[in-house]
Design a binder for this molecule. Structure first.
Ligand code: ATP
Length: 317
């Protein structure tokens, strides 16, 4: 495990005109992130994602709980934790009046990288930033800025990278480009913990994820496991003899339902079951007019666990 956290809690107290107010941002989080995986923390705004990441990155001290991050105890050896991680905040930290080259070189020096200029050049090349490396930060596009921010977090080659909402505000092309880069990090053995409120991002990018709501984890697993657990998939068929088809396909299904000549077959894993369904129909000589597979989504999981849709919480889907 690259991260093992138990019972992390954090409350913030603010004093305003109405007196002191306490927000329980994180209310007992247990997390296990394996070496080399992309782990996602998915939840709506205010769920406690940033607070969780900031605690694990030693930027704020938990009220209670324990964690071992990259082999170091979070509370007893925060310096050891810090040396082994890269942290890219939501805002990104790219300075307007400094060039990417100067910023990345400075980060390399701060981290004690052996040859800062060479490490910087390599990092800029890897993130396709060489062309704009000597322009002030303010002249860069949103996607380029985000790549500089990630280069800043990676210049000392940490085994673990924290990315807080890495693609918020990016257009679809830049998002896809960044997803590819994050996947490539996994190929080099870097473990990634990222937070997101995008359902599709968590589904497409993360090996495993935790769904958080109101400071608690409501579900944890691979996207496939989570979806199968709550609702499974539905295969919708139009066939010559729906009643006989329903009987034939029963052994493969959790449930079959016949409405108006349309047969719905509810299965745990649609992609894997589809070939067996087709073979079953063929063996019985039942003609098939159309077939469609609707997979459940992580929003179905969020809905089942919280009673709300993540799409309705104000988070973009
Ligand atoms: N420094 C702080 N002082 C007071 N309240 C805070 C502080 N930081 C976070 N909170 C509150 O704690 C809760 C969790 O915030 P957090 O930023 O962790 O959520 P999040 O899931 O990252 O949300 P977002 O997606 O909007 O960034 C929110 O209600 C937030 O207002």
């Amino acid at each position: 495990m690259i991260i093992e956290a138990h019972g992390l809690r954090k409350a913030f107290t603010t004093r305003g005109r109405k007196g002191a107010q306490t927000v329980e941002a994180v209310r007992g989080v247990d997390l296990e992130v394996r070496k080399g995986e992309i782990f996602g923390v998915l939840g709506p705004n205010g769920a406690g994602k940033t607070t969780t990441i900031r605690m694990l990155a030693t930027l704020i001290v938990p009220d209670s709980g324990t964690a071992v991050v990259a082999g170091h105890d979070l509370l007893k050896d925060p310096g050891g934790v810090r040396r082994n991680l890269g942290y890219v905040s939501q805002a990104g930290g790219v300075e307007d009046n400094t060039t990417p080259r100067a910023q990345v070189t400075m980060a390399a020096r701060i981290h004690g990288v052996a040859e800062p200029a060479r490490a910087t050049a390599e990092m800029l090349e890897r993130f396709e930033l060489t062309e704009m490396a000597d322009r002030p930060g303010r002249t860069l596009s949103g996607g380029q800025k985000r790549r500089v921010a990630i280069a800043l977090g990676l210049v000392h080659a940490p085994p673990l990278l924290f990315l807080d909402e890495p693609t918020t505000g990016l257009d679809p092309q830049n998002r896809a480009n960044l997803w590819d880069r994050i996947r490539r990090l996994r190929e080099t053995g870097t473990s990634v913990l990222l937070s997101t409120h995008y359902l599709d991002e968590a589904d497409a990018l993360c090996d495993r994820l935790a769904i958080v709501d109101h400071g608690r984890i409501v579900a944890q697993g691979t996207p496939g496991e989570l979806k199968r657990e709550v609702s499974g998939d539905v295969v919708t068929l139009r066939v010559d003899d729906p009643a006989r088809a329903a009987e034939t396909l029963k052994p493969y299904a959790r449930e079959t339902r016949l409405d108006d000549e349309v047969l719905r077959v509810y299965v745990d894993d649609g992609e894997r079951t589809l070939p067996a369904l087709l073979r079953g129909l063929q063996d019985e000589g039942i003609g098939l007019t159309s077939i469609a597979l609707d997979r459940s989504t992580l929003d179905d999981v969020f809905l089942a666990k919280t009673g709300r849709s993540l799409r309705d919480t104000g988070a973009a889907a």
